[in-house]
Write a protein that binds this ligand. Structure first.
Ligand code: ATP
Ligand code: MG
Length: 396
């Protein structure tokens, strides 16, 4: 008999009146993500998404991998459905989990019964099935307190389901329930992690990258596009807006005091990003800023760079240590690409002694010889839009 997946909903369960909307978004997201792997039935009952292949042609392993990256799912398991009677349940466990059970030192059975018409209590069911399994596997001890392996039996509306331990899901909220935000994506370690973290809260992501050819190379741009693609595995497809930034950087170099280079540049980045964000229906900006990490990441610096925009700026990494950020980058698979050694535009015109405690007045003064508006308009006119999607999603 075929295998199906049960995806357990996370925080959505708590969402009261919005629950239906959240569930329907999640169902839609799962359906979309399953498309590439064949024909699947996807439905939600009792805070669980059922993902059921319709025929033998479905790529079940590929689908399973994709399900592990879907936000809104707190845990997931592959299971075997069977009829709701003791013999069928026992047989399903023997066929489906017998080998795993034989590899364990000890086991227990845990049952859940959401079909209250089932004639046994959960405890009775666990005891009965546990007894039969103990007889069939005399080498594996029963240990209800610290078992090496747990067999789960869930008696639900249409069938009983047996499975081994569940795996953690991607967590968070279903993509799309939290609006859309524009991430300032550099080629570094931090910004892809920042994008991922906000995406995890149910937010669709778009990206903007400032590109200073020939100071930064085509390879640096390819790297950013690849990072966006890696984030898109979780967040769904996105557009990377590549902004030509060379003219602005040269204008800063030629017209501003050196100690303000980075801050002036970052103010351009924020303002241009906000304009693209507005145009593309985003309600917030995301950066990988982290308090104290570099000179431009002090409170005073964040004040002067934030002053050019009025959208909220999400900085999900602001209070984290580098080690914590690296751990997430490794987990989501962006680290290896992030550490490829291509230059970022921030490193091109870095001042020797950057200002760490700037005031807004100082910045306005430092920018007085620039025609900011004209520079921004020309940059915006040259934006290249690159669409990216994760492996299992079509681009269009
Ligand atoms: P990251 O590892 O994300 O590059 P960082 O530690 O190098 O961050 P900065 O270079 O100061 O820090 O940049 C801070 C944030 O500004 C980045 O996390 C990113 O959101 C944004 N940023 C920096 N450079 C660019 C760029 N070329 N294009 C788009 N956004 C950028
Ligand atoms: Mg950087």
């Amino acid at each position: 008999m075929k295998e199906i997946f049960l995806l357990k909903l996370g925080e959505i369960v708590l969402k009261g009146a919005n629950k239906r909307q959240f569930e329907s978004r999640l169902r839609q997201n799962v359906r979309r993500r399953m498309k590439k792997f064949g024909e699947f039935d996807v439905y939600i009952m009792q805070s669980t998404v059922y993902v059921e292949p319709k025929d033998e042609l479905a790529d079940v392993d590929g689908a399973w991998e994709a399900c592990r990256t879907i936000f809104g799912v707190v845990s997931l398991c592959r299971c075997r459905p069977c009829e709701k009677n003791l013999d069928a349940i026992f047989e399903a466990i023997e066929n489906y989990l017998g080998d795993d059970l034989d590899c364990a030192k000890s086991f227990k059975v845990e049952s859940k019964r959401s079909d209250k018409a089932f004639p046994m209590t959960s405890i009775q069911l666990s005891q009965e099935i546990g007894g039969r399994l103990a007889e069939a596997h005399p080498g594996v001890a029963v240990d209800v307190h610290h078992p090496d392996y747990t067999v789960y039996v869930e008696v639900r509306d249409f069938a009983a389901y047996v499975h081994g331990p569940a795996e953690p899901g991607a967590g968070g909220l279903p993509t799309g329930v939290g609006g859309r935000a524009m991430c300032l994506l550099s080629g570094g370690i931090d910004s892809p992690v920042a994008a991922y973290m906000i995406a995890k809260r149910g937010v669709e992501i778009e990206a903007v990258h400032f590109f200073s050819y020939p100071y930064t190379s085509q390879l640096a741009k390819d790297k950013v596009v690849e990072l966006a693609r890696l984030v898109a595995k979780y967040s769904g497809k996105m557009t990377v807006n590549v902004v030509p930034f060379t003219e602005i950087q040269e204008a800063i170099r030629d017209n501003c005091p050196e100690e303000y280079f980075t801050l002036v540049m970052r103010r351009f980045m924020m303002e241009i990003s906000q304009r693209i964000a507005r145009h593309d229906g985003c309600g917030a900006l995301i950066t990988g800023e982290n308090l104290g990490q570099v000179a431009s990441q002090t409170m005073e610096a964040m004040t002067v760079t934030g002053a050019v925009v009025d959208m909220p700026i999400f900085m999900p990494l602001v209070g984290m240590d580098k080690e914590e950020i690296v751990t997430i980058a490794r987990k989501i698979g962006t680290l290896e690409t992030s550490i490829l050694p291509y230059e970022d535009c921030c490193t091109v015109f870095t001042p020797k002694h950057p200002k760490t405690k700037p005031t807004l007045g100082q910045l306005l003064n430092a920018e007085k010889n620039l025609d900011r508006e004209a520079l921004m308009e020309r940059a915006l006119a040259g934006v290249e839009k690159i669409k990216v999607a994760g492996d299992d999603e079509a681009l269009l």
